[in-house]
Design a binder for this molecule. Structure first.
Ligand SMILES: Cc1cc2nc3c(=O)[nH]c(=O)nc-3n(C[C@H](O)[C@H](O)[C@H](O)COP(=O)(O)O)c2cc1C
Length: 229
């Protein structure tokens, strides 16, 4: 079926993170079309504080190289978004579950240190995708929760819109761990804060990890209904 014929439910239920891409360019016009859909996302007071730097070709290769070199040299993670300490409890359990699914699909055993290292480095290369969309927000909102919320809103819309046009994505933190490298090669202005990256391209259907469907909490677990009969 042509991806453009997918119904809303089919896009939402069919989308999954894509971590293996065909070596085939993505037309700029198609990315623009996807962005027009994504930009209908809601935002606080309609502030639309998001910005996108769409990177491909040589600059993306330089980002991949700088990112991997920095990680291998042990340069501490210098991402700009704030994070928490280690995951624990249910969060950690879900992280382990999806990692098991991915490693299982790729045939990477627990004791296969090289295989695991290769996989991690692949992530730092943004899975060799032909396009990386660097999501940033306006620096004057730094410190509030508004910008992260609104960036999440538009980025979710972006990956679903991409799926509805046959493109696969993985939202990733790994690609921007060395944010100064990304800032330099993508030419991100100083008045923008780097939030996340989205690796984007045509899914390689033969890549095993692309078939992984991750678990979700049930509605019973995640929602409470108050005031219903
Ligand atoms: C904010 C955010 C950061 C993420 N960072 C990474 C990453 O660095 N590497 C990676 O392989 N996947 C990353 N992911 C993808 C998640 O692992 C994935 O969305 C989750 O396991 C659910 O799977 P699904 O997207 O296939 O439904 C990230 C997703 C989000 C929303």
């Amino acid at each position: 079926m042509n991806a453009r014929d997918l119904k809303f439910d089919e896009v939402i239920m069919g989308r999954r993170s894509i971590r293996g891409f065909l070596d085939k360019p993505v037309p700029r016009e198609l990315i623009e079309e996807i962005m027009e859909l994504a930009f209908r996302a809601p935002s606080s007071f309609n502030n639309q504080c998001w910005n996108f730097s769409v990177v491909s070709g040589e600059p993306l290769e330089r980002i991949r190289q700088g990112n991997v070199e920095g990680i291998l040299a042990g340069i501490p993670d210098s991402r700009e978004f704030r994070t928490h300490d280690k995951q624990s409890g249910d969060h950690r359990a879900r992280q382990i579950e999806v990692a098991k699914q991915l490693f299982g699909a790729m045939g990477i055993e627990r004791e296969d240190k090289d295989g695991r290292q290769d996989w991690v480095l692949r992530g730092f290369r943004q899975f060799d995708a032909p396009v990386s969309v660097v999501v940033t927000y306006d620096r004057d909102l730094l410190g509030s929760d508004v910008a992260p919320f609104d960036c999440g809103s538009v980025t979710t819309a972006l990956v679903n819109a991409a799926w509805s046009r046959g493109l696969g994505c993985v939202i990733n933190s790994q690609g921007i761990m060395q944010s100064p490298v990304v800032r330099e090669h993508a030419g991100i202005p100083d008045d923008q804060v780097i939030m996340k990256a989205v690796a984007m391209g045509w899914p390689d259907e033969s890549f095993p990890a692309n078939a992984v469907v991750s678990e979700r909490k049930s509605v019973d677990e995640a929602a409470r209904f108050v005031g219903f009969e």
